[in-house]
Design a protein around this ligand. Structure first.
Ligand SMILES: [Zn+2]
Length: 197
């Protein structure tokens, strides 16, 4: 794993195109609560952590709003770029979490220098993997598919390592697509959407 991947514009292009497809799918559907029509109502975002210069398409997270006055509920499609309300990009969250494993003071300083992520934030992210993630349906499915199951203690590095044959970019994209159900609180379609491969 290297932080160099996060400077690769191909990563951001691929993630954006994937999110754009997810948004198109969501828009073609109706409001799940009332069947009303959906209008674009994107969230403005200022994602942190990328060493690459991000285009204006990264200033927003796709979201929709129901057009019926009695409802007006939001539908926010899953995203491979934004994981929930985190200010850091999902790819930074995954890679920095993976690189944190076996952390030393020197490495913590490097991660802060590369991504602007504090040691405290890294600690919070680690708790997310160890508590929230392993209690999720996604983790159950991962354990059913990846044999042997990745070591919990060293997530998400163990997971990335388990996909050894793929190149780094594909591995990170694959994990981000697995995490899709955890990227939004809007009700989804249930099935896992696969990115690439
Ligand atoms: Zn509605």
């Amino acid at each position: 794993m290297s932080h160099g991947l996060l400077a690769d514009p191909r990563l951001y292009d691929a993630l954006f195109r994937f999110d754009d497809d997810l948004a198109t799918d969501a828009r073609e559907g109706d409001c799940v609560w009332c069947g009303g029509r959906l209008h674009r109502a994107n969230y403005s975002r200022k994602p942190r952590g990328s060493p690459a210069a991000l285009g204006p398409e990264y200033d927003r997270r796709f979201s929709f709003c129901c057009d019926r006055d009695a409802c007006r509920k939001r539908t926010t499609p899953p995203s491979v770029r934004f994981l929930g309300r985190r200010v850091y990009l999902a790819a930074v969250f995954v890679l920095a979490s993976a690189m944190r494993h076996g952390i030393t003071a020197v490495r913590a300083a490097k991660l802060t220098e590369w991504f602007g992520v504090s040691r405290r934030t890294l600690g919070r992210w680690r708790r997310w993997w160890l508590q929230t993630f392993v209690a999720s349906e996604v983790w159950k499915r991962v354990c059913g598919r990846v044999i042997p199951a990745p070591n919990i203690e060293t997530l998400p590095r163990s997971w990335l390592d388990a996909m050894g044959a793929m190149d780094e970019l594909k591995r990170v994209q694959s994990i981000l697509s697995w995490l899709l159900p955890l990227s939004t609180t809007s009700p989804g379609k249930g099935s896992r959407i696969s990115m690439g491969s």
